[in-house]
Each structure stands twice: as C-alpha cells, then as structure tokens.
Design a protein around this ligand. Structure first.
Ligand code: ADP
Ligand code: MG
Length: 266
C-alpha cells in the first residue's frame, strides 16, 4: 500500500505515561511518543519486556489515559471508542462458560447490537478463521491456535476499523504462529483493517508490517520507526528477501544498543 497518500486514522501526539507505585512514587513507563497511523496500515511495536508496548497500545485504545499528550481517532478528534476497534489479548481471553459462537458474539452483547444479525456474522467470521465446525465447542476443547483464531473472529465481529493486538501469538508454536500470521495478513488486507500489533518476535513484526516501531527500555521510549517496503501481502519466503534481512538486522542492532545502555545505567 502507499501510506503517503492515505490519511491518518490515529494521531499519537506526545503521548507518555507515568504510573505510580503503591508508595505513590512515580514510575515513568513511556516517554512521549509522537506518530500518525495511516488508514489500513499495519504497524508493529517491538522491544524488550517492560518498555511500554502494552501501555502505548492501551492508551491508543482509550483503555488507559496518557499522563501527558493525547491519542485521538482522526475521524472524531477524541479517543477511539469501543465500537471502532477490536482488541486481541495475549491469552485468547475467551469466556470458558460460553461456546465459541457465543464468545465471538460478545462485542454485540457489550455494544448492544442486534443479536440475530450478530449471530449470522459470527458464523461467517468463524468460517473466515476456519473454525466453522467449532462453533458450539467450549474454549477448553480447542487448541491454543484455535482459541486465538476465535479471539480474532471476536475482535472483528462489529466490523471495527482498527485492530489492537497485544502479543496475540506469543504462546503458540512456530508453525501455528506462521499459519496465523498469514491468516491475519489475509484478513487485514482483504478487510482493509488498520492494525497495531505488539510482538516480541522481530521477524514476525517485519513480515507483517508496513512500519515497525522499535522501543527501548530505561525508561521506555520509541527509539526508531522503520519502514518495510516489501509489497503486501507478503509470503513466507519473503523472509529471505534482502530488505527483510536488512531490517531485521537493523532492529536487532537497535535493541542490542538499548540493552547496553540500560546496563550502563544500572
Ligand atoms: P511491555 O508491554 O513493553 O512489556 P508495559 O507497558 O506493560 O511494557 O509496562 C511498561 C512499564 O510500566 C513497566 O516497567 C511496567 O512494570 C510498568 N507498569 C505497567 N503497568 C503498570 C501499572 N498498572 N502500575 C504501575 N506500573 C505499571
Ligand atoms: Mg506487554
């Protein structure tokens, strides 16, 4: 896609976060970040544990408030509202007492949408993520990969424009992960979703993204954003593309440097 010609969908305007611990001592978690996310763009956040990736994702979703700055949905100029986004958490976070179909319908219940139409759409989405036959199963009857597929279907139920995904495939084996990477790509490209995707896995980030935001610790900050110019949709063999290898190496260097700096301060 050509990002330059598309308008921003999210504006991150010097948004930073300081938490307070139990003693009331301020703990800086994320130094101010400024960036714009384009419509239908796929952006990944990578960086070591504790560098503020989840914090930034939750602020972008309006789930927590920035201590400084703001993150706004361009269409309204206010924080994005639940009807406009879907959120996929690290654990699939399915409700164990609801069937897969009922789990996928959950956003309709929460947002007060008509349930008959939601049930139809939930069935279609389960087909889309290859879970059509698991609709009446319970989450504990599904493999980890199937549970994550169900949680992606759930995040898409209300046809949101933006998907926030916090290490959605972190707990899966490498083969399942690669399969889900390709399925997520297919869905996000076909349905023109804007995706903000947190991952520990540099190669996963580069394979999926238009841009990769690299974060470092001590305290968390956005060190650099890197553009991946390989045309999307990508194929698994793009992992051997010279641009792919170059960007992966560049990110590793940034992260190594970040870690060294943390040690120097310690
Ligand atoms: P990441 O997702 O990159 O691992 P987080 O955004 O979860 O990082 O956390 C960034 C920093 O903020 C960490 O030092 C973490 O311990 C701290 N932190 C996160 N949430 C809270 C909270 N609710 N209260 C206090 N500190 C927090
Ligand atoms: Mg996190």
């Amino acid at each position: 896609m050509n990002r330059v010609n598309t308008s921003p969908i999210l504006r991150i305007d010097a948004a930073g976060k300081t938490y307070f611990n139990n003693q009331g001592v301020p703990v800086p978690a994320l130094m101010p970040v400024t960036a714009q996310i384009a419509e239908a763009e796929f952006v990944s956040f990578v960086g070591p544990s504790g560098c503020g990736k989840t914090t930034l994702l939750k602020m972008a979703a309006g789930l927590i408030t920035p201590s400084e700055g703001a993150i706004t949905y361009a269409a309204t100029g206010t924080p994005i509202r639940p009807g406009h986004y879907g959120f996929v958490f690290q654990g699939a976070a399915l409700l164990p007492w609801r069937t897969v179909l009922e789990n996928v319908m959950l956003p309709a219940v929460i947002l007060g949408l008509p349930l008959h139409a939601a049930r139809e759409r939930a069935r279609q989405l389960l087909e889309l993520v290859h879970l059509g036959r698991a609709a009446s199963s319970y989450p504990n009857q599904l493999s980890g990969g199937m549970q994550q597929r169900a949680s992606i279907a759930r995040a898409l139920l209300h046809d949101p424009t933006v998907l926030f995904m916090d290490e959605p495939f972190g707990a899966l084996d490498a083969m399942t992960r690669e399969q889900l990477n390709m399925e997520l790509q297919r869905i996000s490209v076909d349905q023109k979703k804007t995706v903000l995707f947190v991952t520990h896995d540099i190669e996963e980030a580069v394979l999926l993204s238009d841009r990769v935001f690299v974060f470092t610790r001590g305290p968390g900050q956005l060190a650099q954003t890197l553009e991946v110019a390989i045309p999307r949709p990508r194929v698994v063999s793009d992992r051997a593309h010279p641009d792919f290898l170059r960007i992966v190496a560049q990110i590793r260097t940034l992260l190594d440097r970040g870690d060294t700096r943390v040690e120097e301060h310690a």
